[in-house]
Design a protein around this ligand. Structure first.
Ligand code: HSE
Length: 415
């Protein structure tokens, strides 16, 4: 029997205990070892829990017990999860986690400490919940040069956008519904401002390109400024607006990495990833496009990924799984203003329509007007061609100087 401990008995932690208990026999068959839960760490009391005898409030109980070989850190947040994880690894215990914030901010250091101590630090559940993506990227697709990863990585914002697209619901009403249903993070800003997706694309980029791409290097924009008008124009253009986390390697070897709303064509594999589902497209040079789809959040989907990592650690108690990246710096990333893409623009002006079209065409390339039913007075929308972002910003300033107000500018995806 191999003993494990679970740190944090929230939604995911209780799911981990449930999956380990209910699947005990099949897990034992697959790992050729029984896995016991010796401790559950939480500051709260759970006197009525069937596992009440396993609860402790003392981290040292876990740290100093040599029988505990694998620890699931499902507490969330950076502190004290970072300190606890570091000490467990230094004491020769493997650690598995769903904690995307910790992996995105301290991954390089924790992976190095795991390596130095010949133990494993695994985090399949940190991106895409129950969707297998970390192992496929690091193992199954390892023979590819990954050209691009683009994903719908946040279920809450995808739920909100789906309600806006399919039911014409306002952003505020859809957010309130997501909160009622328990999808949104405690602080909805992490979801709607794109930070949660930013951490996830930072983990995927680090894994694919082998160097830590910290979340602060990721241009991050959420969905709070998306309106029902934008959604309607996207539909008349032939697509939908989704919050996309994307990383691609440019010719000069720097990374174009971003989280932002994008217009994607209906024919794109990600266009029909709706509600709280996540979808991740990986473009490999040998495989072409591979798409992963499923539940990116929730108790049991996430717990299933955490438990699979526990099982992997048990199968590799004396050897390391190859899962590594080294530290990185800001020079890995192309400054956002130097990236190149096509855009959608929505403008408003008292000027004559032909004058507006002329002003926009003067400063943007390949301008094409798009229309929607029941458009507001004085409102026009366009799609424009590929341009460096710094030039797009100058173009926006130039048309604003002529009395045209730019209400929205949204990237058009290239997948
Ligand atoms: N708030 C996150 C989401 C939870 O909505 O996707 C899973 O990371």
């Amino acid at each position: 029997m191999v003993q494990a401990a679970v740190m944090g008995y929230g939604v995911v932690g209780s799911g981990v205990v449930e999956v380990l208990t209910e699947h005990r026999d099949s897990i034992a068959k697959r790992t050729k070892e029984e896995i016991g839960i010796k401790y559950i760490l939480d500051i709260r009391d759970f006197p009525d829990s069937p596992f009440h005898d396993k609860f402790t409030k003392s981290f040292d109980d876990i740290l100093l017990d040599d029988e505990v070989r694998v620890v699931a850190e499902v507490m969330g947040g950076v502190h004290p999860a970072y300190e606890f994880t570091k000490q467990c690894l230094e004491h020769g215990k493997s650690v598995v986690t769903s904690n995307k914030e910790l992996v995105a901010t301290k991954g390089a250091e924790l992976l190095r400490i795991a390596k130095e101590n010949n133990v494993n630090y695994l985090f399949e559940a940190s991106v895409g919940g129950g969707i297998p993506i970390i192992r496929p990227l690091s193992q199954c697709l390892a023979a590819n040069d990954v050209i691009e990863v683009a994903g719908i990585l946040n279920g809450t914002t995808n739920f909100i956008l789906t309600k806006m697209i399919r039911e014409n619901m306002s952003f505020e009403d859809a957010l309130a519904m997501a909160q009622q249903l328990g999808y949104a993070e405690r602080n909805p800003a992490a979801d709607v401002e794109g930070h949660d997706a930013g951490r996830k694309i930072s983990i995927l980029a680090s894994l694919v390109y082998g160097k830590h791409v910290y979340p602060e290097y990721v241009h991050t924009q959420g969905i709070t400024r998306i309106t029902l008008q934008d959604v309607a124009y996207a539909a008349s253009w032939g697509g939908v607006i989704k919050l996309i986390g994307q990383v691609k390697r440019l010719e000069d070897q720097t990374l174009d990495i971003t989280v932002e709303p994008m217009l994607i064509e209906k024919s794109s594999q990600l266009a029909n990833v709706d509600d709280v589902f996540n979808g991740i497209l990986v473009r490999g040079d040998s495989t072409g496009d591979v798409v992963f789809y499923g539940k990116g959040a929730g108790k049991l989907p996430t717990a299933s990924a955490v438990v699979a990592d526990i099982m992997d650690c048990v199968k590799h108690l004396k050897k390391r799984k190859y899962l590594d990246w080294v530290d990185g710096d800001a020079s890995l990333v192309k400054p956002y203003t130097q990236t190149v893409y096509a855009s959608y623009l929505r403008v408003e002006s008292q000027l004559d329509k032909q004058k507006i079209i002329a002003a926009v065409s003067d400063v943007f390339s390949d301008v094409r007007e798009i229309v929607r039913a029941n458009s507001d007075d004085q409102e026009l929308a366009f799609v424009t061609g590929d341009m460096v972002v710094a030039d797009q910003e100058k173009a926006v300033a130039a048309i604003e100087a002529t009395g045209i107000h730019v209400l929205s500018k949204i990237r058009i995806a290239d997948f």
